[in-house]
Design a protein around this ligand. Structure first.
Ligand SMILES: Cc1ncc(COP(=O)(O)O)c(C=O)c1O
Length: 416
């Protein structure tokens, strides 16, 4: 049995996994052409690169009206504002996601109501959504994470019954499909991030897909200082400059050219990983719902069994990372983010809204178990490293399986 790298043994992998983002001469040429054109900024909105990107992004996701903007947080704020959602309204969000999903309603003046996730998919639990609906609920933001998609059939049925706006936070789900419908095209809005780590990136950036053309006009107006976009020059809105630059859009056009091949490669390697992991003890994969007809690999998540490994996911991730396979425990529960800790942030003052913002006493058992006990997150680069890179991941996990008694010893020293 070989010694764990965390205790000074030889790591399984010494070579780095491929870096992200990737670029080639096409990116340099596209940015150079834009620089030479003199049209760098986003005004008047949309510029030619931005308009071309919007059209191509719509084709990729399979419909609706695309409004590119600064990032994948304000996309959700703008969707809420375009829908007239704000002061005093409640917006349901999942307990397990990046904090941006809950920040967006607050930025629009609404109140995020956090609900727990489904243990099989780590996406929002539709039953918990139902239970959280009050007469103030106006919208639900679902997040497609962990190479999964939310059960959109259930969410759309609930939304129809209660007249809710549905926003799909698809920051992790470019190119994914639910029953052959593109992520972000099923709800009223789809929000995409193009930030550096994302599988389509322009450094920073975001795209809002809108089902309704009027909403797309309003969104475009809000991000362009309120300028009318209704074609007749009448509909001014309250807006600000959230425009995207033409330089970013130039990178986006090349990223879209490159995306299909990368998508296919990652998906094939994820299938290969699942086959290879299927008989490794102590590891469980999330559910593969047949309605998820195409999955997008941004962050892939497995569950490790704390009882089997005699430790929780933090030590497991530290030990596997020491073997040269970089993994982490992913997101904290939403109520644990610093954004919501009263001592650290004035955004959430319990005395102001004790019925909503009592973060210390909130409990989301499924999200807490995922983040504090069992989830292991890995980056997309593992799926761009060929079978050999995936094999190293599996070998790393097998090494932890063999050394699980040693992990128990290390865990004990940590608790004393
Ligand atoms: C689930 C989720 N939503 C929203 C965002 C926000 O995107 P951006 O960083 O482009 O604002 C992120 C970014 O990481 C995310 O992971």
């Amino acid at each position: 049995m070989s010694k764990l790298a965390i205790l000074g043994g030889e790591p399984i992998r010494t070579e780095d996994y491929p870096k992200w983002p990737v670029f080639d001469q096409r990116d340099i040429d596209a940015v150079t052409r834009t620089i030479q054109s003199g049209r760098w900024g986003g005004f008047p909105y949309p510029g030619p690169n931005t308009a071309a990107f919007a059209e191509k992004f719509t084709e990729l996701q399979g419909g609706n009206f695309a409004v590119p903007m600064l990032n994948g947080t304000i996309t959700m704020e703008v969707a809420l504002r375009a829908s007239g959602i704000g002061w005093g309204d409640e917006v349901i969000v999942p307990a397990y996601t990046f904090q941006a999903t809950a920040y967006a309603p607050m930025a629009a003046g609404a109140i995020p109501v956090i609900v727990d996730i489904d243990p099989d998919t780590y996406c929002i639990d539709p039953e918990k959504v139902k239970a959280a609906i009050t007469d103030k609920t106006r919208a639900v933001i679902v997040v497609h994470i962990a190479a999964q998609m939310t059960d959109m059939d259930a969410i759309m049925a609930i939304a129809k019954k209660h007249d809710l706006v549905v926003i799909e936070d698809a920051a992790h789900a470019h190119g994914a499909q639910w029953r052959r419908m593109g992520s972000g095209t099923i709800g009223d809005f789809g929000s995409f991030s193009l930030q550096s780590a994302k599988v389509i990136t322009t450094g920073e950036g975001g795209v809002l897909l809108c089902k309704d053309e009027l909403m797309a006009e309003r969104a475009a107006s809000i991000i362009d200082c309120g300028r009318p976009k209704d074609g007749e020059g009448k509909q001014f809105t309250m807006g600000v400059n959230y425009r995207w630059s033409e330089l970013q859009a130039a990178l986006g056009l090349v990223a879209l050219e490159r995306f299909p091949e990368q998508f296919t490669e990652r998906a094939a390697m994820a299938d290969y990983l699942e086959e290879s992991l299927s008989d490794v003890s102590g590891i469980q994969m999330l559910k593969r719902d047949l309605r998820l007809t195409r999955r997008s690999l941004y962050r892939y998540v497995i569950k490790m069994d704390p009882a089997f490994f005699h430790c929780t996911n933090d030590l497991f991730c530290e030990a596997l990372s020491a073997e040269g396979i970089s993994v982490d425990t992913g997101y904290p529960g939403m109520h644990r983010y610093e954004l919501f800790q009263p001592g650290l942030s004035k955004l959430a003052v319990p005395s102001a809204f004790p019925e909503y913002f009592d973060f210390e006493n909130m409990s989301f058992p499924v999200a807490e178990r995922a983040s504090e006990q069992e989830s292991v997150w890995m980056g997309e680069s593992i799926f761009r490293s060929g079978e050999e890179g995936v094999d190293d991941l599996v070998k790393g996990i097998q090494k932890l399986v063999e050394n699980r008694d040693t992990l128990a010893e290390v865990a004990k020293t940590r608790t004393h």
